[in-house]
Design a protein around this ligand. Structure first.
Ligand code: GLU
Length: 498
């Protein structure tokens, strides 16, 4: 989809690992900004580091972005007018751009060895020079001589000749406001390494310029690279985009988010049972707000209302509890039918309790189960624990503690006997939660026992533990025969008679 808007943003992950929370949030902000502006969202794979980039990581990142529901308009898998969209396919473009700069006198070949550079640095340090960067030794070599040395195969890098009169580089960052960098400290930095590969600052700008990127939205760990990139834009004669550097995400202890704080990759969150909509909503709020108070922001609203001026420059704190809450809210908002299709069936199938091809029950059965499981789930996989007792048939596992506390008593025997009586009296067509609950309603009074005592005993007998969903619906789902069988079994096996 190409649009008329001049807004073009890109997410440019380096496939040196999985997609992390910080990267995912950067992707979300780029996507939401493009959508809110009617612009284009471009995916570019920054795989110039051959030792650390892998195709496997690229695929993992693409899968994670798709799972998050972020659609891109141009990218490695989608034809566009500004390809290639992988940096490894652009080697010639970078070389040509660097050579053009050399020809124009905006860049030059440098033949200084690593040893010489180290010696120069030490000497500048010893002299306590105010400038201890590259002393621009090769900037003064005659271009024809330099070319001859290159042609003769002498090892070299290419450095950008930072204009002496450049003055401060001032950036109007959409998040940080005005940021000023002293151009003198920039050094004549390397744009092409001696192994013939471009540096990040160079490749990124060549690509961003040729892709007509209008806004560079990325983590503020790249803020310090920005003045060099601005100098490259200027050397290339390209228009500098608007920069928006978003804050880091920190763990709850205020330290940089790492493995120590728990899951860090999108893939892990997916496996743990988070919903993409909830995860997207949560990450969007890590550093951006709609109005300072709304927390549930569906993706359509995000795509319409996102704006850079509501992005905070303060670090965001990852709050696992809030994410979990967000996830359960999204589940709670689903209709029973949606919950069955998106959560219940896939999870029960994954756990081997159901087989996709042949559901074991009627549709209504699953929807009733969904209605009681939904409010009790925080993560998708929680449904398995909730529904498990329904799939155990005659082999229900009883929780020993629950049995000791609620069944291994004399009164429990009476409770189960009386329960059997009232439930057996129900006809098959009366086997519904309301009728079941009504039939058991009078039991505490009849037995002169506390309500809690009575129903906990029944619950453990039927479900195996004290924490199952409501009794009437549990029994309806289990069916009359199985319910009575379990009560009889529990009565015989666990209760005591006087
Ligand atoms: N490949 C770079 C990274 O993953 C992109 C930085 C940028 O957006 O310029 O950090």
């Amino acid at each position: 989809m190409s649009t008329d808007s001049a807004v073009r943003v890109r997410f440019a992950p380096s496939p040196t690992g999985k997609l992390h929370i910080g990267g995912a949030r950067t992707a979300i902000y780029n996507w939401a900004f493009a959508r809110s502006q009617g612009g284009s969202f471009i995916l570019r794979i920054d795989d110039t580091d051959p030792t650390r980039s892998t195709e496997e990581n690229t695929q993992i990142i693409l899968r994670a972005l798709r799972w998050l529901g972020l659609d891109w308009d141009e990218g490695p898998d989608i034809e566009g007018d500004y390809g290639p969209y992988r940096q490894t396919d652009c080697a010639d473009l970078y070389r040509e751009a660097a050579q053009k700069l050399v020809k124009e006198g905006k860049a030059y070949y440098c033949f200084c060895s690593a040893e010489k550079l180290a010696r120069d640095r030490e000497a500048a340090k010893a002299r306590k020079d105010s400038f201890q960067g590259y002393p621009r030794t090769c900037r003064h070599i005659d271009p024809a001589e330099a070319q001859a040395r290159v042609d003769a195969g002498e090892p070299h890098t290419i450095r950008l000749a930072v204009p002496e009169d450049r003055g401060d580089v001032v950036i109007q960052d959409a998040v940080h406001g005005e940021v000023v960098f002293n151009a003198r400290e920039l050094d004549d930095f390397i744009i092409f390494r001696s192994d013939g590969t471009p540096t990040y600052n160079f490749a990124t700008v060549v690509d961003d310029a040729r892709m007509k990127i209008s806004h560079v939205i990325r983590g503020d760990d790249h803020l310090s690279n920005t003045p060099r990139q601005v100098i490259v834009y200027e050397a290339l004669g390209a228009e500098t985009p608007t920069f928006a550097h978003i804050s880091m995400i920190l763990g709850s202890d205020g330290k940089k988010l790492s493995k120590r704080h728990g899951a860090t990759s999108v893939e892990e969150y997916q496996k743990e049972g988070y919903l993409p909509d909830a995860f997207l909503n949560y990450l969007a709020l890590l550093g951006w707000s709609l109005d300072g108070e709304t927390t549930i922001i569906p993706r359509e609203v995000l795509a319409k209302s996102f704006s850079l001026d509501h992005v905070s420059k303060n670090p965001a704190i990852m709050d696992a509890e809030k994410l979990l809450w967000m996830n359960s809210s999204y589940m709670g908002e689903m209709t029973d039918a949606e919950f069955v299709d998106r959560i219940l069936m896939p999870e029960l199938t994954k756990a081997g309790l159901e087989h996709d091809s042949e559901p074991m029950h009627e549709r209504e059965w699953y929807e009733l189960l969904a209605s009681i499981a939904k409010p009790r789930c925080k993560l998708s996989g929680d449904v398995v624990g909730i529904a498990h007792f329904l799939y155990e048939g005659d082999k229900l596992t009883y929780d020993q503690k629950s049995v000791d506390k609620n069944l291994a008593k004399e009164w429990a025997h009476d409770v189960l006997r009386a329960t059997t009586d009232v439930l057996s009296a129900l006809g098959d067509d009366e086997w519904h939660e309301e009728q079941i609950d009504r039939a058991m309603e009078a039991l505490p009074e009849k037995l002169d026992l506390a309500k809690r005592k009575v129903f906990q005993a029944i619950r453990v007998a039927v479900c195996g533990n004290q924490v199952s969903p409501p009794l009437g619906s549990s029994m309806e789902l289990l069916g009359k025969e199985q319910t009575l069988k379990r009560i009889a079994y529990a009565q015989e096996s666990f209760t005591q008679t006087a």
